[in-house]
Design a protein around this ligand. Structure first.
Ligand SMILES: [Zn+2]
Ligand SMILES: [Zn+2]
Length: 339
């Protein structure tokens, strides 16, 4: 099969013929159709997280059609349209049994250390497949595998956003634009914060009650003004860099929650025990999503409650253009490639 192979970190994607994967009894072979290009892909390619294993076929937001299933795979047959959950887990540990897939000690990810979707085919365990209903195009379905389901996990499972709360999304890029929609359907008042006016315009269109154009500067005073001086009940951080972190922390209401979803691996946050204690803040991390949460997210999208935001679709051969767009930070929603 044809595949784009990363042979060295920071190197080019090399177009090659590689053997088509052979599946085990518990696995399926999927003909890849669309793959989302995620901010994390820049970090994997540059080995900034120390998780990548080369040579590697990258791409972790995957949708396509089942080509073949192993004897132990139930519920899926060749021709089925599917999205692929990219976390490969043991299925048996304490965390897997709790549905906290991403905490599995044996976790590996498609497109990080196991081959991903920048190829004609991918093999994956049958339990990682999620049916895509006919009314959801595959070029949208692929980004559910991370951008949309990660938002669901952050808003519903981690932050546990409730009706009547005020929620700020700091960074309304590929993931934040979906988190905003999730917070809105949970009944929250939403505030979108970003440096990009076009993204904020779309955030407004998607139902954001307030938008804050930061211009890269501090925004906590604006958030406090918008919340009667108190701050937000929940702040979801999708950026977490030197510019946003101090403002984000200062924008959370006493007793409120700050949830890290996005991160810059090199930036440590200086812990502020005094401030956190005094204000009884809850600071937490939110990592991707479980298999069940991908299904829950698919149901929301199929029901028309959440709109997957895809900016452009590039042919796989033009994947570098999708990476360039990501580096420039100008995309409105996700860019996707078609394999
Ligand atoms: Zn991702
Ligand atoms: Zn496990």
């Amino acid at each position: 099969m044809k595949a784009l192979v990363l042979e060295e970190f920071n190197g080019p994607f090399v177009s090659k013929d590689v053997p088509t994967p052979v599946i085990a009894a518990n696995e399926a072979l999927v003909r890849v159709r669309n793959v989302g290009v995620c901010g994390t892909d820049l970090k994997i390619r540059a080995d900034r997280m120390g998780l990548g294993v080369i040579p590697l076929i990258m791409g972790h937001e995957i949708a396509g059609e089942v080509a073949e299933v192993g004897a132990q795979v139930v519920g899926f047959a060749p021709g089925d349209r599917v999205a692929v959950n990219f976390y490969l887990t043991c299925g048996a540990c304490e965390y897997c049994r709790q549905g906290r897939d991403t905490l599995c000690p044996q976790v590996r990810q498609h497109g990080f250390s196991v081959d991903g979707g920048f190829a004609e085919y991918i093999r994956t365990p049958g339990v990682n497949l999620c049916h895509v209903p006919d009314n959801v195009p595959l070029e949208q379905a692929c980004i559910l595998g991370d951008a949309v389901a990660t938002s669901y996990h952050a808003v519903v499972k981690r932050a546990q956003v409730r009706a009547g709360q005020t929620v700020a999304c700091v960074g309304v890029g590929g993931v934040g634009l979906h988190a905003l929609q999730m917070a809105r359907i949970a009944g929250a008042r939403t505030i979108a914060v970003d440096v990009n006016a076009e993204r904020l315009e779309l955030a407004r269109e998607l139902g954001a009650d307030e938008v804050v154009h930061t211009g890269g500067g501090a925004f906590d005073e604006i958030i406090r003004d918008l919340t009667g001086g108190g701050g937000v009940d929940v702040l979801l951080e999708f950026v977490s860099n030197e510019q946003t972190l101090p403002s984000s922390l200062a924008s959370v209401k006493k007793g409120g929650r700050l949830v890290f979803v996005g991160y810059v691996p090199e930036i440590p946050m200086s812990l502020l025990p005094h401030y956190t204690v005094r204000n009884e803040l809850e600071i937490m991390g939110s990592r991707a999503n479980s298999k069940q949460e991908l299904q829950d997210t698919m149901n929301l999208v199929a029901a028309g409650k959440v709109r997957p935001i895809v900016d452009r679709v590039f042919p796989l051969a033009d994947v570098e253009r999708a990476f360039d767009a990501l580096r420039q930070g100008a995309s409105i929603g996700r860019n996707v490639v078609a394999a």
